[in-house]
Design a protein around this ligand. Structure first.
Ligand code: C2E
Ligand code: MG
Ligand code: MG
Ligand code: MG
Length: 281
């Protein structure tokens, strides 16, 4: 056999690679099936007002359970991005969030604004925008209850049509937030060119801001910049009282992270909604 020819390790590496490609292809097929069968679902992580500590909005985070095993979005979102599945996930996320908001409203719950994550690569695609408007109309979702989060990656491909599409959404009352702010490759260009209303500072800056003098200066300056530009700002991954105190003092508006709440199952999140003060019907 091959090993007798002294090339065992070469063959092994090849086999491992073939195995990996096979596994990825299989996972991709299962993901496609999961999208079709609506087997993906959301957890909801509330964001809190930095001063009042009251829940102000929430982020819908996608979840996938396959044969009782949990597959994290950090595994399947990149897989989807490398295949043809990302637009389908985006469409699922758009429809599912509208449907869920409508369900809550019909139940008489006080609904917090819900932000969804969309692939930034498709935000400059008119089809994505039309689909958002279509579903918002179909489920009669008040525009201020839906917000969109996109990372800076991919926006750069077409700043102009992205800006145009962002304005269309804003005109309709749907905010767009830049997610993981600071980790992209052109943060200042993003701010300069795009009509941004909301920045979410990546959790790596929150951590650095506590432990590193330079990190603290960068964090304070992002907050200062956001303030000057009158942009809303959310800190991601806030885990400690120390981080909260620092951020509130530095003018950060919203806090998201384990300190206040982990992502909640839909049932648990509905209990949180049920405890909110009633708004005028
Ligand atoms: P993201 O949009 O930046 O979401 C925040 C992530 O940070 C979530 O991870 C959340 O569970 C986690 N997180 C929140 N607070 C803390 C904290 O205090 N400490 C730590 N260590 N982590 C915290 P998750 O749910 O695993 O999502 C990971 C990423 O997957 C998201 O990052 C987002 O980029 C992507 N993602 C999630 N849902 C969707 C979706 O529906 N569509 C798309 N395209 N991407 C999604
Ligand atoms: Mg996000
Ligand atoms: Mg984020
Ligand atoms: Mg992040």
């Amino acid at each position: 056999d091959a090993k007798q020819h002294g090339r065992g390790s070469f063959i092994d590496v090849n086999l491992a690679w073939v195995e990996m490609v096979k596994q990825r292809a299989q996972l991709c097929q299962q993901l496609e099936h999961a999208i079709e069968q609506h087997e993906l679902f959301f957890y909801f992580q509330p964001k809190y007002n930095a001063l009042t500590h009251q829940p102000a909005s929430a982020e819908a985070l996608i979840r996938w359970k396959l044969n009782n095993e949990f597959i994290p979005p950090s595994t399947f979102i990149p897989l989807a991005e490398q295949s043809h599945l990302m637009p389908e996930i985006d469409r699922f996320v758009i429809e599912k969030s509208c449907e869920t908001i409508r369900f809550w409203l019909n139940q008489g719950l006080t609904v917090l604004p819900i932000s969804i994550n969309l692939s930034s690569r498709y935000l400059f695609d008119d089809k994505t925008i039309s689909y958002i408007f279509e579903k918002v109309g179909e489920y009669d979702v008040p525009a201020h209850l839906l917000e969109i989060e996109v990372t800076e990656y991919g926006l750069i491909e077409d700043f102009e049509s992205t800006a145009l599409n962002m304005r269309k959404l804003q005109k309709a009352g749907i905010k767009v937030a830049i997610d993981d702010y600071g980790t992209g490759h052109s943060n200042l260009q993003t701010i300069l060119i795009l009509p941004i209303e909301h920045l979410k500072i990546d959790q790596s800056f929150i951590r650095l801001g506590m432990t590193d003098k330079k990190g603290q200066l960068v964090l304070e300056n992002i907050l200062q910049l956001a303030k000057s530009l009158e942009v809303e700002i959310t800190a991601e991954g806030v885990e400690t009282a120390e981080q909260l105190a620092f951020l509130a003092k530095a003018g950060c508006h919203y806090i998201q992270g384990y300190y206040f709440s982990k992502p909640l199952s839909q049932l648990d999140f509905e209990q949180l909604l049920a405890q909110l003060p009633q708004v005028g019907v």
